[in-house]
Design a protein around this ligand. Structure first.
Ligand SMILES: NC(=O)c1ccc[n+]([C@@H]2O[C@H](COP(=O)([O-])OP(=O)(O)OC[C@H]3O[C@@H](n4cnc5c(N)ncnc54)[C@H](OP(=O)(O)O)[C@@H]3O)[C@@H](O)[C@H]2O)c1
Length: 240
């Protein structure tokens, strides 16, 4: 699929790695609405999930940890938005991140998604409930060879160590529903503003796209929460 629309002030080219998932499709839709030229990468078997966008974007089918696929997809891009998922046990997340770090143009904005369980500086404070869920789910999934959270941790370690223009957006628990606007963020899980632990997927995508133009987020790992959640509203009204 080829296409795209003019972006006022000059069209910028953005690659979405993992474009066929729920978050990926929100990213593609927002980007097209905002006039970006979009290149999406997803597994061959999932190309059909992008049929709604046929003619308006370029789709490259292939594994996101395939370095040749990523090299082709990110060529000439101003930004690369990567949905970082811990699927499988063959280092899918770290392979995907490494391919993006190695092949994206040096000055490109690189935005990655992950969950609150990723900690950049070890100063996040997690509830016992969060830690228990992470330990149980992570262990069971690894035993079943379904997901490998440790590999997503390794992917982020490499991103944090990189001198590219990265931002790692750490999502809270996600839900569907209409947009509530741009989520709010904080540097550390455990900060009161984040207590509601809930963000709409559509708004998660919005935050990742806003980060493209927000240089204040370069080399940050914002943890986000919906702007209309009780904890965000309490913070806004000065009660938190
Ligand atoms: N789910 C949550 O509550 C939650 C909470 C916090 C943060 N996050 C973060 O949000 C991001 C998106 O998460 P999501 O849950 O909303 O997922 P999602 O957008 O539905 O995306 C899932 C992605 O994983 C791919 N995938 C699925 N099975 C795979 C496999 N076996 N091998 C390789 N790729 C596979 C999908 O590709 P196909 O289309 O090809 O299947 C798709 O690109 C992630 O970075 C996640 O860490 C999620």
């Amino acid at each position: 699929m080829e296409g795209g629309v003019e972006r006022p002030g000059g069209r910028e080219r953005v690659c979405v790695v993992g474009a066929s998932g729920k978050l990926g499709r929100h990213l593609v839709r927002h980007l097209l609405d905002q006039g970006y030229e979009v290149v999406g990468v997803c597994r061959e078997r999932s190309v059909h999930k992008l049929a709604d966008f046929e003619g308006r974007m370029t789709v490259i089918g292939g594994a996101t940890n395939d370095r040749a696929v990523i090299e082709r997809a990110v060529r000439g891009c101003d930004a690369v938005l990567t949905v970082l998922v811990p699927w499988g046990t063959d280092h899918y997340a770290s392979g995907t991140a490494q391919a993006v770090l190695d092949h994206a143009p040096p000055d490109a904005r690189l935005i990655f998604s992950c969950g609150w369980h990723i900690s950049r500086d070890g100063k996040d404070v997690y509830s016992w409930r969060f830690k228990l869920a992470e330990a149980v789910v992570g262990r069971l999934a690894k035993l079943a060879r379904v997901i490998d959270v440790g590999d997503q941790v390794e992917a982020c370690r490499r991103i944090f160590a990189s001198d590219t223009r990265w931002t790692v957006v750490r999502g809270s628990d996600l839900e569907e529903g209409p947009s509530q606007g741009l989520p709010v963020w904080s540097r550390h899980v455990g900060d009161p503003i984040l207590a509601s632990n809930r963000t709409r997927r559509v708004d998660y995508a919005l935050f990742m796209i806003e980060a493209i133009e927000d240089d204040a987020l370069v080399h940050e790992a914002p943890a986000i929460v919906g702007r209309l959640t009780p904890s965000a509203l309490a913070h806004a009204s000065g009660r938190a």
